[in-house]
Write a protein that binds this ligand. Structure first.
Ligand code: PEP
Ligand code: MG
Length: 568
């Protein structure tokens, strides 16, 4: 058994096809006839563009525009005059086309891979994909045609590039295993869109398997078996059938309200990162957006987005949601999210530093630009404002004061907006939890950010693998904090939601029902799973389990009790 990252849920069983890495070494020649070499290079670039364009079109038809954006991004990058221009200059200076491609791509890869931000690092892997494709074209190397693999194939590769993934025929590929890539890598995104079970980052897997080996890919748990014995195989055949049956069962929850077994209705919203994701929220039957992480708009840009640019983005999302609530979180940067053009100071403890609302209030002019854009967008839907990383009452008061000023200005200028626009507070720090009663008097709603609440309550960096064993929302301290926050919100008569990952955790859901959470905000792909789990619990059953669990002393005991009672 091998462990990796669970990147796309489901069980795949089948016969291995290893995608061999080609040897891309070449002789670094000095070129005399640079014009002919330049033509060879241009032909390769043009072939790359037309092949990529065709693949992007195909992906757009099969999977949708968001997935096609990855390949369209490759086209934008190679069409960038800096990239191809630099390559051209090197050829003019007598380098062979292969050397020029390698040198320029490596320079960009080096630059992007040093950046702290995940999205920027992803660019490095995109450029690496472009480099490999161009070198193969120049060296005349042809890959195996993934679109023609036999039904029941488990693809095993070092990395599955977007260009490879685009050729996958969902009917034939039962699973994907790679040596690199994380949950947010492009291969993971595409595997999830194709609904193919995938386990990524299995060390040395390409050398551990050979063609025609039998493999099991458990994309839910992140486990891989190669040539399993009969017992394991039969267990997984049953598990696979179970998974398929449950997925079919989930479809029956489409278009239904989200209700507990005893008929209490709750709201089931989605977490999104871009205006385009709002479409996904609707397609997945989300009842609103509980968290629009506005920082992606800033991170995926080369400059601070202007009021008009931000307004266009928020309006697009609001219009897409068609009157369903959409909670826009104001800029949450710092910590692990860097925006290079802001030139933020390096800090000793970035998670405890100048981030989120602290940074925004310290840079009021640019914060006002964002708040104005959000308030303007409120004329086009049920837009709400949410403030991240609040630790004291002054912060929420100050944001409300800024919003009031904007409203007054808009009234004077006759600019349209929703007069009842709400300002809510993320509760994701122990400080906010401890003063939740005070914050509830100021905020129109709460949303519990368990990702950070767990990190700060347990004093555990959420990205540090060495202390990951302590990072659990099921720690008694974190559960008590969640219970307390919901109680404070309820006592004050304001709605309390949860937008941290825990809101979709099947083991957490009965506890949240019992505590009285009224809004669950989850990744769009998990809407139906969450709705199904919620439908299985009555308040009385959830209460009985919760009172037992809240008496337990350790995380392990709590998880064991919840697993035993699980209705999954
Ligand atoms: C959270 O902290 O739970 C949250 C939803 O915000 P983020 O993951 O963006 O920090
Ligand atoms: Mg957070």
């Amino acid at each position: 058994m091998y462990k990796g990252i669970a990147a796309s849920r489901g069980i795949g069983i089948g016969s291995v096809c290893v995608i061999v890495e080609h040897d891309l070494t070449f002789e670094k020649k000095k070129i005399e006839d640079t014009a002919t070499e330049k033509e060879r290079f241009t032909t390769a670039v043009e072939t790359f563009k037309s092949e990529t364009m065709a693949m992007a079109e195909d992906i757009k038809k099969r999977l949708g525009p968001k997935e096609a954006e990855i390949l369209q991004g490759h086209l934008v990058m190679i069409s960038d005059p800096t990239m191809s221009g630099e390559m051209g200059k090197m050829i003019d200076a007598g380098q062979c086309a292969e050397s020029a491609v390698e040198a320029v791509c490596d320079m960009f890869i080096g630059m992007f891979s040093k950046m702290d931000d995940d999205m920027m690092r992803q660019r490095a892997s995109d450029i690496s994909d472009i480099k490999v494709s161009l070198l193969k074209l120049l060296l005349g190397i042809k890959d195996i045609d993934i679109s023609k693999v036999e039904p029941g194939t488990i693809l095993v590769a070092k990395d599955l590039t977007p260009s490879m993934t685009s050729q996958i025929n969902k009917e034939n590929v039962a699973g994907i295993i790679t040596e690199v890539g994380g949950k947010t890598s492009h291969s993971a995104i595409l595997a999830r869109a194709l609904e193919i079970p995938a386990v990524l980052s299995v060390p040395d897997v390409t050398t551990l398997v050979k063609d025609k080996d039998t493999a099991i890919v458990d994309g839910t748990e992140g486990i891989v078996y190669i040539n399993p014995d009969g017992d394991v195989l039969s267990k997984y055949i049953i598990k696979r059938e179970d998974f398929i049956r449950k997925q079919a069962e989930l479809k029956s929850f489409l278009g239904k309200p989200t209700v507990t077994a005893d008929g209490n209705e709750v709201e089931l919203f989605c977490n999104i990162g871009t205006p385009k994701d709002a479409k996904k929220a609707i397609e997945c039957d989300g009842e609103g957006v509980g968290l629009f992480r506005s920082e992606f708009l800033f991170m995926d840009n080369t400059h601070l987005p202007t009021e008009e640019e931000q307004f266009a983005a928020y309006k697009e999302a609001a219009v897409t949601m068609g009157g369903k609530p959409i909670i826009i979180r104001t800029l949450d940067i710092g910590g692990d999210k860097d925006i290079p053009y802001l030139n933020m100071k390096k800090e000793e403890n970035p998670f405890l530093g100048y981030r989120a609302v602290r940074y925004c209030l310290g840079n009021e002019d640019s914060y006002l630009v964002q708040l104005r854009a959000i308030v303007r967008a409120s004329a086009f839907g049920k837009v709400k404002i949410m403030v991240p990383l609040v630790t004291c009452v002054d912060e929420i008061r100050k944001v409300k004061e800024l919003v009031s000023g904007i409203k007054k200005d808009f009234d004077e200028k006759g600019i349209d907006y929703d007069k009842s626009i709400e300002v809510g507070c993320m509760i994701e720090t122990p400080a906010a939890s401890l003063i939740a009663d005070l914050l509830a008097k100021e905020a129109d709603f709460f949303s519990i950010g368990t990702n950070d609440l767990t990190q700060y309550t347990m004093s555990v960096d959420r990205g540090n693998a060495d202390v990951a064993y302590l990072y659990s929302t099921f720690q008694p301290s974190v559960l008590r904090s969640i219970k307390h926050i919901i109680e404070c919100g309820r006592n004050a008569g304001i709605p309390v939601g949860m937008c941290g990952e825990a809101a979709a955790d099947p083991l957490m859901i009965p506890l949240l029902i019992s505590f009285g959470l009224t809004e669950f905000s989850v990744n769009p792909v998990l809407v139906l799973t969450a709705r199904c789990i919620i439908s299985k619990w009555s308040k009385a059953e959830a209460d009985a389990l919760t009172s037992k669990v809240m008496e337990l002393s350790t995380e392990a005991e709590i998880v064991a009790a919840l697993k035993e009672a699980s209705k999954e």
